[in-house]
Design a protein around this ligand. Structure first.
Ligand code: ADP
Length: 514
């Protein structure tokens, strides 16, 4: 049974039904909000923001702490919604609560330190008596547009940082999986928190209306939509931070721990049915361990259980693809690869239940095939034999994407050396996808995988604008370059240029050529 969007055709035009892609059940619906609706919400949030910013990071942190507690208390219900609207396995769904509370706790912890005023030393002797201050002032309203693959965790990777920065947040979850985030925002309201967080609903037009209403936008989604968001943000002259697609390579060197590497490959490729921007999408294995790697990989892949289980059961490993369109991309990549001579060692077809596709290992693939070049976002794992690490690096870098990658070797120094040659924003050594959960380091896609970064040393500060304040430690009645110009002051200035600017004695004493 394929789940298509047929249901939407019979629904009223101003409502979008939300269906479970694993069994086609309608699990809820959302109103399609107009640009005017979105603008009205934006105005409401803007009105509440100054007071929110004035609370200071400690005051804001208290509200986020209460929100975390609400999420912890209500997490089973939230996860059931995540599972139902995403068609996930229960095990895959549960990671979202962990990510949500971790992201809140981390941003609450670091916000005060990141937002503290800086007092850099003035540059040069002439500025010695200046006092310099840089303060971080929140963008009043941040737009947060998110995709469907992690309905709760994805907005949580950014929302707590923006709130802790002192911003109000106008969020727009994906129309395919909006319910979990709407429930989380309801939680914010239930604890009685200030009116600085709202979720608006609808499809692309509602997202575009968000971009039109905010002072800064944080977008996560496809590269194609990210381009549109970036272009509109450019027109409006507002900053856009974009987390986009990826085609992450896994490089397995000859001295890798094959047991761990194959476990990592299976999880990295098939977790959430491969619907992660940082999923392992292609593997390059050094020739000497290729057969061994493949044997273990195939055996472990055959053990995977595809499909959606019941809440709390942990009876399947990964669930459905979000849409019929998504499953067709997977089918096209597999079919084109087969037509060009590739073989599927496992899977290669739908299971027959909902939008579930079998875990598929592909071999005899070429780097020019769609399955190796385009983002698949599905449960496929093409594996290629390479002669050595040089070939692996060359093929891995032959991509328009630059999100992340992994390198597998028992020799840390060797793995790090390979990592530094990869054109990607993050590299995991002997692991996969873990960089996303390391909040102290930046998550930044290179090339068409993104612009800007989330998390890292500036994870909270990025939602603020620097305000520079300059004052004098000693105030005289006038400064030497203030009016009126006189030859006495002019001569003094000329002397000063030589004395302060020159780095050799001759120029310091001589002055300019006459
Ligand atoms: P995916 O969910 O496949 O990654 P998108 O990148 O299209 O797909 O969607 C990510 C988010 O962007 C969704 O919430 C979607 O509604 C929203 N969106 C789609 N088109 C636009 C647009 N033109 N401007 C702003 N947001 C959009």
């Amino acid at each position: 049974m394929a789940i298509s969007n047929q249901v939407t055709q019979s629904a009223p035009a101003n409502v979008i039904p939300v269906t479970c892609p694993a069994d086609g059940r309608v699990v809820g619906s959302i109103p399609v909000q107009t640009a005017d609706d979105v603008a009205a919400v934006a105005e409401r949030l803007r009105a509440a923001q100054p007071e929110w910013e004035a609370l200071g990071s400690q005051g804001r942190g208290k509200w986020l702490g209460r929100w975390r507690d609400w999420i912890l208390d209500n997490r089973l219900e939230l996860l059931e919604t995540v599972q139902a609207e995403g068609g996930k396995s229960w095990g895959d769904a549960t990671i979202e609560a962990l990510a949500a509370v971790e992201a809140i706790n981390y941003n609450v912890k670091v916000a005060a330190r990141q937002l503290r005023d800086d007092h850099p030393s003035p540059a040069g002797i002439a500025n010695r008596l200046k006092r310099l201050t840089v303060s971080h002032r929140a963008y009043p309203l941040v737009g947060l547009i998110t995709p469907w693959n992690y309905p709760l965790a994805m907005p949580m990777l950014d929302c707590p940082a923006a709130l802790m920065a002192g911003c109000a947040v106008l969020s727009k979850p994906s129309e395919l999986t909006p319910l979990s985030w709407i429930a989380a925002v309801e939680g914010w309201n239930q604890i009685g928190a200030p009116d600085v967080l709202e979720a608006v609903t609808g499809a692309g037009a509602a997202g575009a209306a968000v971009v039109d209403a905010v002072d800064m936008v944080q977008f996560t989604g496809s590269t194609a939509t990210g381009r549109k968001v970036g272009a509109r943000a450019g027109e409006r002259l507002i900053p856009a931070s974009l987390e986009l697609g990826g085609k992450d390579a896994m490089i397995v060197l000859a001295d890798a721990d094959i047991e761990r590497a194959t476990n990592g490959a299976v999880w990295g490729a098939f977790f959430n049915a491969g619907q992660s921007c940082t999923a392992v999408e292609r593997v390059y294995v050094e020739s000497v361990v290729y057969d061994q790697f493949l044997d273990r990989l195939v055996a472990k892949t055959l053990n995977l259980r595809a499909g959606m289980d019941r809440p709390g059961r942990y009876a399947t490993d990964f669930g459905a693809l979000a849409t019929e369109e998504q499953i067709r991309i997977v089918e096209r990549h597999v079919e084109e690869a087969r037509a060009a001579g590739a073989r599927t060692l496992t899977g290669g077809k739908r299971t027959g239940d909902g939008n579930v596709y079998e875990a598929t290992v592909l071999v005899d693939v070429g780097n020019d095939m769609a399955c190796m070049r385009e983002e698949t976002f599905g449960p496929t794992l093409p594996v290629m034999r390479v002669a050595d690490s040089d070939e692996a690096v060359r093929l891995a870098n032959d991509s328009t994407y630059g999100l992340s990658a992994s390198v597998w070797s028992k020799d840390q120094a060797k793995a790090r050396a390979v990592a530094r040659r990869l054109n990607v924003g993050a590299v995991n050594i002997n692991s996969v996808m873990m960089n996303v959960f390391q909040f102290p380091i930046p998550q930044a896609g290179w090339i068409t995988s993104g612009v800007g970064a989330r998390a890292g040393a500036n994870g909270v500060v990025k939602y603020t604008r620097p305000q520079a304040i300059v004052s004098d430690l000693v105030e005289m009645k006038s400064e030497i370059f203030w009016y009126p110009h006189t030859s006495r002051l002019g001569a003094l200035q000329e002397r000063a240029v030589s004395l302060l600017g020159a780095r050799d004695m001759r120029r310091r004493l001589r002055g300019p050529k006459r």
